[in-house]
Design a protein around this ligand. Structure first.
Ligand SMILES: Cc1ncc(COP(=O)(O)O)c(C=O)c1O
Length: 387
């Protein structure tokens, strides 16, 4: 028996420490970007365990925009990214008047196909944006080698990939130019809304810091703690309003401390699903290569034709069984804006199209109990048996 009447697709796990830290931010009088944001940024760099700088922003979308701006993407430039992603990955390219070039993904793990990337390179290509789908790293060796061969920048969309490793190294510490993480409500850790830009390049870090706050040379906290007059600042570029608040950072500080534990629980839960769904007419998600970490943001299941039920119908039946499911993703080539503005058709993305038709994400989050998970497994067996 489930402990919950309905098991939603995702729920954040917010503890007493987060609540107390948020209260402390509220009581302190410093609610916008200030000491807690600074601490969160420092803790984040320490967590990744490398010489990277972390710049906290109010969403990963904002972070991706800042990253592309900081690496110098200009109108007419081409940026290669997977069709199988959330619209944020592509929309930020458009913000800069540049052209997103969508390519197909790999059947085995939903991640961008390095061969398709190489085939899409033109003289106008400036950057590649790999997306670590569900929290499993892309083949970063292949992608970084392509970037190096062609003189391209790499901005990793790591919205799902915290913590994730590639060849034993944390995503965020590879030789890409910038990596961006998301702390949206359903992610592996949350600040409600939020994101982190991570880079080892001091020029990019400086530009992102300035552009996240109106293009102003000093943020409010800088001015507050500095010995020079607090009222003085200079606008050096037409920037954005993308800074993280201390209220959000207060949550982030404690979510980050619990992240390793969250990841271990997610991995254990993924193994429970693997065992509970074995033998059904489905393809289960990939594991990370031996020794590497999969963030397990999502547990994407593929319904095979033998299941005899469409993905859409499966979701309706799961809901009748008290389980919320989702779909990741509706690929970009199926959305009217991208389809029309980039002239995309499903036959250009055969793998993405097939994955979309088969994919259903089932609930996986640390607040689920063993009973909840068993309820989901039983519901899947029932729905597939009743076909
Ligand atoms: C792959 C991917 N990139 C970017 C984002 C945007 O993240 P945010 O909501 O923090 O802007 C998401 C959000 O779900 C995502 O799935």
């Amino acid at each position: 028996m489930s402990t919950t009447a309905f098991i939603p697709f995702a729920l954040p796990e917010i503890g007493e420490e987060e609540i107390q830290e948020v209260v402390s931010a509220l009581r302190s009088g410093w609610v916008t970007t200030g000491p807690k944001t600074r601490q969160f940024e420092q803790d984040f760099s320490a967590f990744l365990g490398s010489d990277v700088e972390s710049i906290a922003v109010n969403s990963a979308t904002a972070g991706l925009h800042l990253a592309l701006e900081a690496i110098g993407i200009e109108p007419g430039d081409e940026v290669i990214l997977p069709s199988y992603t959330f619209t944020a990955t592509a929309e930020v390219v458009r913000y800069l008047g540049a052209i997103p070039v969508m390519v197909d993904v790999l059947d085995q793990n939903f991640n961008i196909d390095p061969l398709a990337v190489e085939a899409a390179i033109t003289p106008r290509t400036r950057a590649i944006m790999p997306v670590h789908f569900a929290g499993l790293s892309c083949d970063m060796d292949a992608l970084l080698a392509i970037a190096q061969r062609h003189g391209l920048k790499v901005v990793e969309d790591a919205a799902h990939a915290l913590p994730t490793t590639w060849a034993g190294r944390n995503i965020g510490t590879l030789s890409s130019d910038v990596t961006v993480f998301s702390f949206y409500a359903n992610k592996t850790m949350t600040t409600g809304e939020g994101g982190m830009v991570v880079t080892r390049n001091p020029e990019i870090a400086k530009r992102c810091r300035i552009m996240r706050l109106h293009g102003i040379s000093r943020d409010a906290f800088d001015r507050y703690v500095s010995t020079s007059p607090a009222w003085f600042y200079e606008v050096v570029a037409p920037g954005f309003k993308y800074n993280m608040t201390d209220v959000a950072a207060a949550m982030g500080i404690h979510q980050l401390r619990r992240l390793k534990g969250f990841q271990l629980k997610r991995e254990a839960m993924a193994l429970v699903y693997d065992a509970g769904l074995e033998g059904l007419p489905v393809i289960l998600p990939c594991h990370a290569p031996a020794g590497d970490i999969h963030a397990r943001h999502l547990y994407p299941v593929r319904l095979l034709p033998e299941a005899g039920i469409s993905r859409d119908e499966f979701i309706v039946k799961m809901s009748e069984q008290g389980v919320g499911c989702s779909v990741h993703f509706i690929p970009l080539h199926l959305h009217p804006y991208w389809r029309e503005s980039c002239k995309l058709t499903p036959d250009m993305f055969p793998v993405s199209q097939k994955l979309f038709e088969q994919e259903v994400s089932i609930p996986l989050y640390t607040r689920m109990t063993e009973e909840d998970q068993q309820h989901v497994i039983n519901a899947i067996h029932k729905v597939l048996q009743d076909v």
